[in-house]
Design a protein around this ligand. Structure first.
Ligand SMILES: Cc1cc2nc3c(=O)[nH]c(=O)nc-3n(C[C@H](O)[C@H](O)[C@H](O)COP(=O)(O)O)c2cc1C
Length: 341
């Protein structure tokens, strides 16, 4: 199995736009879109990573001998760890990598299946950018989650026909993509969504609905009212709006407001098993990782993705051992502290 550093070194030789920094923190790539940076000054991406450092783990090694079990489940599907590959589209253009989007999608889905977790796929301006990955999920017994942009009704109806004929674990919609200039001006544009529009989407679906791009209690409650089965607390890795709060800052209050009624996933700046532990302690049921998983796929295909998740799983296991958590449900709020600096 390759280490995180070995994967990074391999990736570095294969990309021209991402610098593959020692810590993927948004500083070197500020404002680079196309590219892997955050929008504008890049502050939202940078803040996602920085604020995670303010959450500290409480050690507890007097609770007897334990062998931590990192397994969890998502919509009834057992996973080896509650960490998933985030949807990332436009891999060639954004990373400056030679891998095609089709090969990338296959590597993400297969690497996740090998690691016993789930990969999300993306969407784009052309319908094939959605239906291609969806077909690949269908061919893998539905072991994947497709993500649809918040198109106006015409674009949604077109895609829903395909979703409802496919074997897929769930449909996610990244409603925060309303902030992507390229899509706002496309022939079928994206738009921000009302509770009624999300409800209509939920009612037309026969698989669970995940609403991605929730950054406030109000939005979370509206997603719940619309019938969402899960939300992703996300600012799209800082790519849709500058100067937002970080996802870890808003997670706690959202989790408290939802009181366990909706599955909560979170992403943005999570880079280690330690970071995953912090999110679980603050109320998340799972974590999505974006850019570093993409680099692992670019580095070594499906095997790179599987190795990446195994590294994260081992780190998470170590943190669980040292904090007295035998199972994922033992990771509770009292296991962490939020410090000022
Ligand atoms: C190059 C790039 C492309 C992305 N494409 C999509 C997409 O098609 N759909 C989507 O929901 N999110 C997309 N995202 C956002 C990710 O799913 C995720 O929210 C974000 O990358 C998480 O932050 P992290 O990369 O810091 O882990 C993209 C992000 C990047 C960097």
């Amino acid at each position: 199995m390759k280490t995180m550093n070995e994967l990074k070194q391999l990736a570095k030789a294969k990309v021209t736009k991402c610098r593959v920094c020692p810590i993927c923190n948004g500083l070197a790539c500020k404002g680079e879109i196309p590219g892997v940076g955050g929008k504008g000054t890049g502050s939202s991406f940078v803040r996602n990573v920085e604020q995670l450092k303010k959450v500290k783990i409480r050690m507890d090694v007097t609770c007897g001998a334990i062998t931590p079990d990192t397994s969890s489940e998502l919509f009834g599907n057992k996973v080896s760890l509650p960490v998933y590959a985030a949807p990332i589209a436009g891999i060639t253009n954004n990373f400056g990598a030679e891998i095609t989007d089709t090969q990338y999608t296959a590597d993400i889905l297969d690497g996740c299946i090998q690691a016993k977790t789930i990969g999300f796929t993306g969407d784009g301006k052309f319908i094939e950018m959605f239906t291609g990955p969806l077909k690949m999920i269908d061919e893998r017994n539905g072991l994947g989650i497709c993500t649809m942009k918040p198109w106006v009704k015409e674009g949604i109806d077109l895609r829903l026909e395909y979703v409802n004929q496919s074997n897929v674990l769930a449909l996610a919609t990244d409603i925060d993509s309303a902030g992507l200039p390229l899509l706002r001006n496309s022939e079928i544009p994206v738009e921000t969504k009302s509770t009624a529009a999300l409800k209509e989407l939920k009612e037309a679906l026969r698989v669970p609905l995940i609403v991605k791009g929730i950054m406030s209690v109000e939005s979370a409650l509206r997603a719940k009212e619309a019938g969402a089965d899960a939300i992703v607390v996300s600012n799209h890795g800082g790519r849709v709006l500058d100067e937002t709060l970080s996802t870890i800052e808003v997670l706690d209050e959202i989790a408290q407001a939802l009181e366990g009624s909706v599955t909560i996933l979170v992403d943005g700046g999570f880079r280690s098993g330690h970071d995953v532990f912090k999110a679980l302690a603050l109320g998340a049921d799972g974590v999505l990782i974006g850019r570093p998983v993409s680099l692992a796929a670019i580095a070594d295909g499906a095997q790179g993705v599987a190795d990446y998740f195994e590294n994260i799983r081992k780190e998470l296991m170590d943190v669980m051992l040292m904090s007295g958590c035998a199972t994922i449900s033992d990771i509770t709020r009292d296991k962490i502290a939020v410090v000022k600096d």
